[in-house]
Design a protein around this ligand. Structure first.
Ligand code: B1M
Length: 214
């Protein structure tokens, strides 16, 4: 029974049917299905199928875009259940997808998990340049700067932000974290980031530990 609803959710997500996805997420929560299972087996599994078809040229940007909208719609329903916001504030996080890059699902997940770990999250959205990352971090008194990139062509923009921080003498003021499908540990080290984490939950854990150790 439980699995059927998640399969249905994945199928609707692949068709970009945001309303149906939202309704099924609501229903699944009412049925007591674990929010993590809804995320992984209902939403993300549908997105992975779309990603695979996209790679094989079986679907194109418009289909992927509506599927991503349905995914984000489902996430908004899931968010309060997926995270139990800690009461003591741990610190502030400024987060965004780097310049030239419009992918926001992973970034949104990281933002959610950070909130769950007790952070105040300032979400700068997508296509964020170095100036905006730094100005917002300075203005909000952030502890952590989180950057997401999904394209090999936009990964270098993470280094642009770190170099700009260095130039302004601000590099050591912030914990800089990077992630996204094409990013890895070696790249993070090469550009001088503090941490690479492979997924949103780990990102939140690492950020919490790093801020508490500061
Ligand atoms: Co794009 N796209 N896309 N796309 N898209 C990819 C990334 C691609 C791998 C597909 C493919 O060809 N196989 C490919 C990149 C190839 C490359 O560079 N190596 C690609 C391409 C080529 C493009 C365009 C150039 C296509 C075109 O126009 N011809 C174009 C670029 C637009 C731009 O950004 N300037 C484009 C456009 C789009 C859409 C707009 C249609 C849409 C995005 C909509 C949106 O986000 N609102 C889209 C999508 C949805 C994808 C795929 C299918 C799915 C990405 C996703 O959301 N995954 C993707 C294929 C794939 O990844 N298999 C693809 C789910 C998400 C949860 O995963 O973001 O990796 P992810 O986040 C993970 C971890 O990486 C981590 O946490 C999450 C898990 O917990 N994480 C972090 C992420 N950020 C983190 C930060 C951290 C820590 C962890 O610390 C700070």
């Amino acid at each position: 029974m439980g699995m059927e609803i998640l399969e249905e959710m994945s199928a609707f997500l692949q068709k970009g049917r945001a309303k149906n996805v939202k309704a099924l997420v609501t229903q699944a929560l009412e049925e007591g299905i674990d929010p993590k299972a809804i995320l992984n087996d209902g939403l993300l599994s549908g997105m992975m199928i779309i990603g695979d078809k996209f790679k094989k040229n079986e679907v194109f940007v418009p289909e992927v875009l509506v599927a991503a909208r349905a995914m984000n719609a489902g996430l908004t329903i899931l968010e309060p259940k997926l995270i139990e916001v800690g009461n003591e504030p741990v610190g502030k996080v400024v987060i965004g997808t780097v310049k030239g890059d419009l992918h926001d699902i992973g970034k949104n997940l990281v933002a959610m998990m950070m909130k769950g770990a007790g952070f105040e999250v300032i979400d700068l959205g997508v296509d964020v340049d170095a100036d905006k990352f730094i100005t917002e971090a300075e203005n909000t008194g952030a502890d952590v700067i989180c950057m997401s990139a999904l394209l090999t062509t936009t990964m270098p923009n993470m280094k642009v932000v770190i170099d700009a921080l260095k130039e302004k003498g601000l590099r050591d003021k912030y914990i800089v974290m990077v992630g996204g499908a094409p990013v890895n540990e070696a790249f993070a080290e090469q550009i001088g980031a503090d941490y690479y984490t492979p997924d949103a939950a780990t990102a939140a854990e690492v950020a919490r530990d790093a801020v508490l150790a500061k």
